[in-house]
Design a protein around this ligand. Structure first.
Ligand SMILES: C[S@@+](CC[C@H](N)C(=O)[O-])C[C@H]1O[C@@H](n2cnc3c(N)ncnc32)[C@H](O)[C@@H]1O
Length: 211
């Protein structure tokens, strides 16, 4: 699990967080047992936070960049109204197939539109406006995704960005991904168009809104 809090605190928080419905508990177990990179699945705490943001904002359209097996997409879709829509981007066809097979069996799957391909291409084909954008894909493209998300964002929309503390490696960036996350955080911090808060939830979650 990617967490900044001590493991026992994380487990306590999870025990006191609303349990996952059976189909999402199954998806989390399936991912842990069968998928490479299962640690990428956001989990009940971050997923619950995203779901609450969708609920509290009354979002009707959500954009997700980085679907993986579709856990966070389903968590957010569950709080959308019946005619709500969530577009999620995934580059890997095998992963997308797994996600789609779970969407097909989910009570909220009909609200989810999975777009296979590089997110940068999918983003050029989308029209706004989105009430919530969740960025959680390749880290070296975060600034590009953020800039496109700003074009597509509703006036009172929120951009949520995962992994912004990157297991603490933002303090001493070494790899290309470390440097990309650190550069992204600096980019947003210097952007007068927005207000943002960095939460130490899981691996760091930044919430951004218009100034
Ligand atoms: C961190 S995982 C997403 C986890 C998911 N949001 C969740 O919480 O369960 C990132 C996903 O982004 C996908 N990805 C990476 N680069 C991408 C790109 N350029 N375009 C679209 N998807 C990409 C990866 O294949 C991976 O499945």
């Amino acid at each position: 699990m990617l967490t900044l809090a001590p493991q026992e605190i994380e487990e306590y928080a999870e025990r006191h967080t609303t349990p996952l419905p059976p189909h999402l508990a199954d998806l989390a177990s399936f991912t842990a047992e069968n998928m490479e990179g299962a640690v990428m699945l956001s989990g009940p705490i971050e997923g619950g936070l995203l779901q609450t943001l969708v609920w509290a904002s009354g979002a009707r359209r959500v954009l997700e960049i980085g679907c993986f097996t579709g856990f966070s997409a389903q968590m957010m879709a569950a709080a959308l109204p019946d005619d709500g829509e969530l577009v999620t981007c995934e580059i890997d066809p095998d992963t997308a197939e797994v996600a789609q097979s779970h969407f097909d069996r989910s009570p909220d799957g009909r609200k989810i539109d999975l777009r296979l391909g590089p997110a940068a291409e999918t983003l050029t084909s989308l029209d706004g406006l989105f009430d919530l954008v969740f960025i959680d894909a390749d880290k070296t493209s975060y600034i590009h995704y953020y800039e496109r998300a700003m074009d597509l964002l509703a006036e009172r929309g929120i951009i949520a960005v995962d992994n912004v503390l990157w297991s603490g490696r933002v303090l001493d960036p070494q790899s290309e991904a470390d440097k990309a996350i650190a550069a992204f955080n600096d980019h947003v911090a210097a952007d007068p168009r927005v207000r943002q808060v960095v939460l130490t939830v899981r691996d760091g979650l930044m919430l951004i809104r218009r100034a």
